[in-house]
Design a protein around this ligand. Structure first.
Ligand code: TPP
Ligand code: SF4
Ligand code: MG
Length: 295
């Protein structure tokens, strides 16, 4: 059986069936617990077959998430989840690819990879768990930390303006862009589900509080600042999506919900065409491209 996403294999399972024997060991109150709960819910609602699911992460507290999800998985190098996931996706386009990582992982050390996942429209769902701090390494500012934040690396307060991952991904051509809060499991699960069913690069930024090292951006602050995008918002317009985000920057509000969705060919579809044009037959197989290129 397959659903809206090409080749997404389905089985009838419950949320508990996606849990592994490993118990989540994040701090009490960490937003990552909420993201994991939403992930289980989304997987069960789609009925993703764990035998066809690969959960890939970088390094960080957030990047531990795949330990707890019944799937094939790779805990890669810091910042390198995206390129590794691209390789897996191209080699096996029949698999569902789910990537997790933090703001440091995705937008500091891994920041150079993000535009390329977006512009190539690699068929994967990337769930950013943005706590605006480096959690695992015990509290250094990240590129999403608010200016003036005091942390171990900025004892007198930070001096850099934060970047907005959502605006970044809209700019570089991600074909699905959404934002949610870890405390809103229902919305997060729905957006992860929609992202997985989307054919192409789906980016979901989840604001996930770190009560241990970030006392500014706590759950209360995120909830107070969040504003659901209007039902009239045109999700097919990248300009409208950027406008909503930019207005939020001016007013101090954080837009949550689906911001943008576009249907366009994915990288593996273009590659499959290439194989076909080269006389390699209709079935996509990366190895065929290599064989065809041999003299
Ligand atoms: C190449 C490399 N540089 C630095 C580190 C140290 N390091 C591990 S996790 C991390 C930052 C994690 O922050 P983030 O991605 O935001 O994840 P969080 O822990 O906040 O969820 C850093 C700098 C590393 N593991 N590898
Ligand atoms: S240090 Fe922060 S991000 Fe890491 S588990 Fe604890 S609360 Fe979560
Ligand atoms: Mg972080």
């Amino acid at each position: 059986m397959s659903c809206a996403q090409t080749h997404l294999h389905q089985v009838a399972l419950e949320t508990k069936d996606y849990k592994t024997d490993a118990k989540p060991f994040w701090c009490p109150g960490c937003g990552d617990h909420g993201v994991l709960t939403a992930m289980y819910k989304a997987l069960a609602e789609i009925g993703v077959d764990p035998n066809y699911l690969v959960n890939i992460s970088g390094i960080g507290c957030s990047s531990r998430l795949p330990y707890f999800v019944r799937s094939y998985k790779m805990h890669t190098l810091h910042g390198r989840a995206g390129p590794v996931a691209t390789g897996v996706q191209l080699a096996r386009p029949d698999l569902a690819i789910l990537v997790n990582g933090g703001d440091g992982d995705g937008f500091s050390i891994g920041g150079g990879h993000m535009p390329h996942l977006a512009r190539k429209n690699v068929n994967m769902t990337y769930v950013l768990m943005d706590n605006r701090i480096y959690g695992l390494t015990k509290g250094q500012v990240s590129p999403t930390s608010q200016r003036k934040m005091k942390a171990y690396t900025t004892p007198y307060g930070g001096v850099e303006e934060p970047m907005d991952p959502v605006l970044y991904m809209l700019t570089y051509g991600a074909s699905f862009v959404a934002q949610s809060l870890a405390t809103n499991v229902k919305m997060t699960a729905q957006l992860i589900k929609d992202g997985m069913e989307h054919k192409g690069f789906a980016f979901i930024s989840v604001l996930s509080q770190c009560p241990t090292f970030n006392v500014i951006d706590d759950a209360k602050y995120f909830k107070g600042a969040a504003e659901e995008v209007s039902p009239d918002h045109d999700v097919t317009s990248v300009d409208a999506a950027m406008h909503v985000v930019n207005v939020g920057h001016e007013t101090g509000r954080i837009p949550v919900g689906l911001l943008y969705r576009q249907e366009r060919p994915t990288l593996d579809e273009y590659m499959a065409d290439l194989v076909k044009q080269a006389g390699g037959g209709p079935d996509y197989d990366l190895r065929k491209i290599i064989d065809l290129a041999r003299p």
